[in-house]
Design a protein. Sequence first.
Length: 217
Amino acid sequence: MLRESVGPVLREAGFTGTAPTWRLLSGRGDFAVVQLASSRWNTADEVRFEVNLALVPQPWWRFSTRFLLDRAPRTPRFHDGLFDKQCHPERRCAGRRHPVLGRDGWVVRDAASADVCAEVLRAELTTVVIPELVALQHRGTLIATLRAEAQDWGVAVWHRLPRKVAIALLMLDEGPGPELAEAINIVRSLPADRVAARDALLDLLIRAQTQASTIIP
C-alpha cells in the first residue's frame, strides 16, 4: 500500500524519499515531512498506523544540526520537526464512523479495508495534506497559522519550546522586533534543563535582535 498509494502521490508533488519518510524542500530551505508510522500495538488481525506531518524551518534545522543532533546531519526526520501534527481526516466525519479511521489512527483489518484505506489516503494527500504543506512553506503563511493556533499545528512536544519562542525562530531574518524581544525574555526565564542548548538558543535570539549575523557557524 505504501509504495502504490503514498510514494507516487508525494513524488508527483515534488517530495523526495522512500517509505516511511518523504520530504519537500522549499527554495528558502524549509522542509515539510510526511511519515507513516506503524503502531506498536498491532496484532495479527489488525494493523494500525499514523500519518505524521512535520515542518522543519531552515533556522531551526541549522540550530538543530549545530547543537542538538547526535548524528551527522543530512535530511530531517519527523522527530526533527519544530512543528507537527497528525493527519486525521476522520475528525471531519462528525456523527458517523469512518470506514478505516478510528480514534487511534488508520486501521487495516483485511484486503478490503486496505483498499479503502489506500483510496482515502490518496485523496487526503492530494486534496488536503500536500496543498497545506506547500502553503505553509511560505514563511508568512506559517507564522500567521501558528499565531492563530489553527489546524492543529503545535510545537513538537519533545523540543519543549514555548510557542512564542518557536514562532520567533521563524523571524530571525527580519531583524529586531517585539516578538524577538519577548522570546528572549521567555528563554531567559526558563530553567536550564527545560530546553536543550538553552544558552545557544538565547545567544541566537539576542544576535538577531541586535541585528548581528544570525548565521550559525
